[in-house]
Design a protein around this ligand. Structure first.
Ligand SMILES: [Ca+2]
Ligand SMILES: [Ca+2]
Ligand SMILES: [Ca+2]
Length: 314
């Protein structure tokens, strides 16, 4: 596990620092032991949703599962978080107005702002790689479509404009395309559309549902969930839809993949340990690790490359 190795490396370094501090302490009588068990230094966080506090809330944790923190603290259901590329804001879905709308907040849960004001359902928000736009799914036009708006909620554009269901947008790393899932060919497949709306390509050709795409950081691969074996598993394919391979083969449901920023690992949620938890695995499907270990529901991970916490980030 690359992350494990990095953590061990970090711990090894901390041990060296501690030993050095101990030596200094022996000399000067001042030993700071607080660094010994400190979690790995990284600005990366995995955002997810959990109902462990009685209703759905937005959580963040370090990539070793430590510091699982409730960020939303609202009696409504707060779900599907995604961090801005600069790590300063979180976009999420909340039904605090009575139906699902897109909101943004600071990473400590402050400065909550509502971006959509439509009585329809507004879900699956995804921040563009340049931080300027947010894609999401809304049925405000009578069926699910992918919309793009500026990060302040203005400048709304219906990108898909198709009578079928179109949902779950995922930006390509260069911002030129959005992958999404839709049932326009009779069952749910992954599609890719240029962000100017000009070209749409069908990427999967399975008679079972394929959904929730996540683009690899180098732009070459797309991870997704598929029901090809009757329950959802995580699959990987080339960005043009070729060479699909199955990464998970657990009898439980494995769903909602999200790439690590270094392209080595994939986060997802699974019920393999009896309730839904957030896992990370290597991109070849090996080495899956349960990060959340909580009896409540833990769903919809989104791996954030940098996360401004103000107090706990080194
Ligand atoms: Ca809540
Ligand atoms: Ca549609
Ligand atoms: Ca759980």
């Amino acid at each position: 596990m690359a992350t494990r190795i990095r953590h061990l490396t970090r711990r090894a370094r901390l041990a060296v620092i501690f030993l050095s501090a101990t030596c200094i302490g022996l000399t000067f009588g001042a030993v700071d032991r607080t660094n010994v068990n400190r979690p790995p230094a990284s600005k990366e966080r995995i955002l997810f949703q959990s109902d462990r506090d009685g209703n759905w809330e937005v959580y963040a944790m370090r990539t070793d599962g430590s510091e699982q923190t409730n960020l939303s603290h609202d009696r409504a259901d707060d779900i599907q978080p995604s961090a801005s590329p600069d790590g300063s804001r979180i976009v999420f879905v909340s039904n605090r107005t009575g139906h699902n709308e897109i909101f943004v907040m600071d990473t400590d849960g402050s400065h909550v702002q509502r971006l959509t004001t439509d009585a329809a359902e507004n879900v699956y928000p995804a921040w563009s790689p340049d931080g300027r736009k947010i894609a999401f799914t809304s049925n405000r036009g009578g069926n699910d479509e992918i919309y793009i708006m500026k990060a302040d909620g203005t400048g709304l554009v219906n990108l898909t404009n198709n009578p079928a269901t179109d949902a779950g947008p995922a930006w390509s790393p260069d911002g030129s395309h959005i992958a999404f899932h839709g049932n326009r060919d009779g069952d749910v497949e992954i599609y890719s559309i240029r962000t100017d709306g000009s070209t749409t390509s069908r990427l999967t050709t399975s008679p079972k549902g394929d959904s929730l795409a996540s683009w690899s950081p180098d732009g070459n691969k797309i991870a997704f969930a598929s029901f090809r074996l009757g329950k959802p598993d995580i699959y990987l394919m080339n960005a043009d839809g070729s060479a699909p391979v199955r990464l998970t083969d657990d009898p439980s449901a494995d769903y909602a993949p999200s790439w690590s920023p270094d392209g080595r690992q994939i986060a997802f949620h699974s019920s393999r340990d009896g309730n839904s938890e957030i896992y990370i695995m290597n991109k070849d499907g090996t080495g899956a690790v349960n990060l959340t270990h909580n009896p409540a529901g833990d769903l919809m991970p989104k791996w954030s490359a940098r996360f401004k916490t103000g107090k706990s980030s080194p």
